[in-house]
Design a protein around this ligand. Sequence first.
Ligand code: NAD
Length: 254
Amino acid sequence: MKKNPFDLTGKNAVVTGAYQGLGWGMAQGLAEAGARVIMVDVHPDIDEKAARFRKRGLLAEGICCDLLSRDSRAELKVEVESILDGQLNIMVNNAGIQIRHSVLKFPIEDWDKVIELNLSAVFDLAQWAANLMVAIGKGKIINIASVNSIAAGINTVAYCAAKGGVMQLTKTMANELSSQGINVNCIAPGYMATPINTALVEDTSRFSELSQRIPAKRWGQPEDMAGAAVYLASDASDYVCGVMLPVDGGYLSR
Ligand SMILES: NC(=O)c1ccc[n+]([C@@H]2O[C@H](COP(=O)([O-])OP(=O)(O)OC[C@H]3O[C@@H](n4cnc5c(N)ncnc54)[C@H](O)[C@@H]3O)[C@@H](O)[C@H]2O)c1
């Protein structure tokens, strides 16, 4: 019988920012599809989150790492390569932060922080993953962009600049790597009910303005990310290169 193209059994994945929110939802989806998932997060209890998956018979382990630090990222790479013996098949660059200030007052220190985590770390880890995958001859890199890669926000200039960059670095990497069996794509989540959006949800007028613009008439949940992540991580997407897949309840179509 033909193998299910969405089956990730035997594949090794890394998901950053997997303690909560969308990273957690995608880690769960990949593990349920059969992958062994290394969950990376700055939260010290990340392995306890992975342990909850292990209790369900899924393959997951947690590594605590502050991805804002280039030194910590270098250590992470060494640790993951050693755990997986260099066999990295799926890389999900999800960890991200939001810092809000008006454009006239945005401190350069906060700009640097957002750009380092949301853009530079994405490139750094995608480049590392790509080199491992080129040696294998196949691999899947999934970067988490945003509807803000296309439609910009308010008081979020660094975030929107970084997310626009994630979309463009995804396409450039795909242009260079698709012929070597590496699929580089990104997912653009819409408005999702996760802690990164606490300030938006608490701003009742902005919350209602945004909610009215979502054709699905609801905010997304972490579990809504799983299908797109599994698809882009699997053989089913082998001819899908450099796309930005919105998971946004239709937001970008309005
Ligand atoms: N929630 C949304 O509406 C939405 C929309 C579009 C894009 N996104 C993107 O999706 C991704 C996940 O967002 P979320 O909503 O799940 O956010 P979240 O704040 O709920 O989760 C982010 C995770 O990243 C981790 N993290 C933060 N800083 C880190 C660091 N320095 N090193 C390692 N891990 C770190 C956090 O501990 C947390 O587990 C982000 O890239 C975000 O920009 C989210």
